[in-house]
Design a protein. Sequence first.
Length: 332
Amino acid sequence: MQEAKFRILDTNNLWTTNEGKAHIPSGLGIISMNGNFFDKKTHPTTGEVRYGIQHGYIYVNNILTQKKEFNYTTKMLLNFALMQLKNQNASKYTRADELNRSTKINVSAYKDLRKNISYRPMHNQILNDCEILYNMRVDWLDKRFDNKKKPYDIEYSMRILSSKAKTSRGEISITFTPEMAEYVIKDSPTMSIPWFYWECKPRIAELMFKVATMIRIKQNKKNQTRDKIYIKIDDLCKYAINMPSTENNDNHIWRLKIDPLQNACNELRERGSIDWHYCNDKKVCLGQKELYWLKKDYKKSGKWQVYKNMYILFVPPKNEVNKQLPQACDNN
């Protein structure tokens, strides 16, 4: 893994793309996975578990994996392996049968990237996640546009790995299926993301992925303001790990949803990845007094319906645009 030599050039700004950032294939439906694993169902006889993702589903054989769950660490490992697969085939792709479908994960290097975990637990975690990936299938629709800008869908159904992981001298080798390798190398766009993604807590990492995805989409479109990203608060909460997906307990929504979302946004601001501001449902930025009364009225009324239709504006850190906007009211 060549990650160490890139850290000198590293930047946390989500709007920049350079050699100091990780470049992850972002077209795979699993990348846009909902953090709450909505629509999770288990087949009564086969034991196969279905997880909902954006425009598709993940299927995992619950019996073969000894009831191991597809979770956050599995997604982190998959993103890392897909990045390595893309890098090692970047300049070599000509035909599908010439792809190098195997990649090696150095346990020590991956442990250093993830941080706060020792070698043996990291080794076991990687093997567990590889077992899940081997027994997993992904079905999803890929959104495309023709020459006349008319949208159309391409349907995909494929397994991730073609064989079980192998361990040798501190490295774990995995081999992707031919279909997955060809899709990642040939058809999947690449998204730049800071290296600290792998050391983030789940909620922060999912928020970062959502914002980075929107930035990539805007950068590929002409005649659009690329340094302003508006995302509805309700959509952001859907991508946040461990946030309740129901609205049954409105009196506690501020503590369960709004505070965690603000804390995640503030963490990315402190890292120098983004700046952010609250906006109303018409995408007009709110000042501190408006935010103060919004929070005060909310705690009295408990109406999540009003808050979820608001937007958060994400802009580049230390950008000239920020001087024209009021600062977000974090906690008071």
